[in-house]
Write a protein that binds this ligand. Sequence first.
Ligand code: ASP
Length: 587
Amino acid sequence: MHRTHYVGDLRAEHAGQTVALAGWVSRVREFPDQSFVILRDREGVAQVTVERDNPAFETARRLRAESVVRVEGVVRLRGEGQRTSAYPTGDVEVIPTSVTVLSAAQTPPFPVENAEGVNEDLRLKFRYLDLRRPEMLANLRLRSRVQAAITAFLDAQGFVNVETPMLTRSTPEGARDFLVPSRLNPGEFYALPQSPQLFKQLLMIAGVDRYYQFARCFRDEDLRADRQPDFTQLDMEMSFVTQEDVLDLNERLMRHVFREVLGEDLPSPFPRLTYHDAMDRYGSDKPDLRFEHAFTDVTDLFAGSEFKAFADAVDAGGVVKVLTAGELTRKQIDELERVAKLKGARGLAWLRREGEGFTGGISRFTGAQARALLERTGVQEGGTLLFGAGAWRGAVEALGAVRVALRDLLNLASDGPRFAVAWVTDFPQLDLDPDTNTWTYMHHPFTAPHPDDAHLFGTPRQGEIRALAYDLVLNGFEVGGGSIRIFEPATQTRMFEAIGFTEQQAREKFGFFMDALTYGTPPHGGIAWGFDRLVMVMAGAASIREVIAFPKNNRGADLMALAPSEVDEAQLREVGVAVAAPEATAD
Ligand code: ASP
């Protein structure tokens, strides 16, 4: 079909030209002698003005919102008083010679023009209408531009784009697998990849040297605003590199992307924090650094203090940390306390500065100790001190959640830079699961230990082993994570032992990979970026669902295609699967 211009591209310079346009009817404004049809396509909107004596007048009158039409006509400069800067085509209008309905639309379930406040499930059910909204289309186009910028950079750096299988074996990244039954091998299952981790390492063993892929990954875990069961990673791996090489290349890539796509300059080099410092100062391994509000350590001030809860915590080897905030209402403090409790704290102790002393829940705290507290925190008159006390990790994590909630309550991030990026390094290699008292991996079992710490494997101090692992953090989101990998078979075996895999279990799960390590493996390392999350932050969107064309809702359902769904008995028989009755839930 012949089309001369995108609707949204019309400008004053086109005045006098005959054009053929095609698009959606955004709305029609009718007057006795005139109708204005607002036509829309992916580039924007323009006004088609139809006078009563125009042969297209009757057709224009009957147009319904969201129908697809073709308009031929002449572009005319609007009269002085009629111009508008509300949209880029506002200097012109189109006088039609013909208006043809190509596809009539029934009444849409929500107005595409004004979907503000429409229930998200309804938007997801009619996603194709939702995506007609300029904001949504802009997000998809931003995503496409980010992908193009990344591809151009990595191609120029000699990276090879390789696809890895979707139907494969389990690749552990700490989530549950999605399983796919095999018809040809009844009783057997593929797992969808949680990441291409093992395949990209095998590509290094194969000699590819530099690999990347926009990889779809599948993780069956509880959903949040920044998680989907299937999502996209920018996955990378490099041979003969150190941690510094990986960080350096990724910084340059990230700076390139932000410059190309948003015209934003990120710092060089990126700030770095160790895992310990990030946790100790901000209570998070992905701190939002658009604002400071770091914790002050006041453990020493509470040793043997009258405030028994804190004194006991210090006695037991714990810490007392304080977050200094401005004036807070009682209601705000209650809200922050709720957040602390969700993170496992028993409550949120607080003090308000009044003169040279304090009021509040633990105001018995007076005299020289109070003066020290004033001095160390620098709290202003009327300002609030919020405390986290107990064993280090629990105490800082609870106060870290309070810090984030405080940001949202008081809009703390809005005064800072638009983007605050940082590396978090020196993660622990192993993590003790408090419920089962067993060791597990912190990143994944293929991450290399710091060479200075590797001798601690198998000793009571193995929790102190640092990993050569790093996360890329942006505005409080983990947008990337990676590591230098184990490349010596003996170290890989020690790592499996440390997390309680017997030789036989390790061989059953990863035998093919352990064998591959013995055929000549280059030292290697890499990273994966959470691509959806990155685009979400770049778009300033509140959820990754806003930057994914067809996402699932927060219960993992595709409300448009209606997935997941039951399948025919016959189909189940074919793949050798019987569905057990759902377990009765006690309520
Ligand atoms: N496979 C890792 C992940 O998905 C990333 C990496 O280590 O490169 O988190």
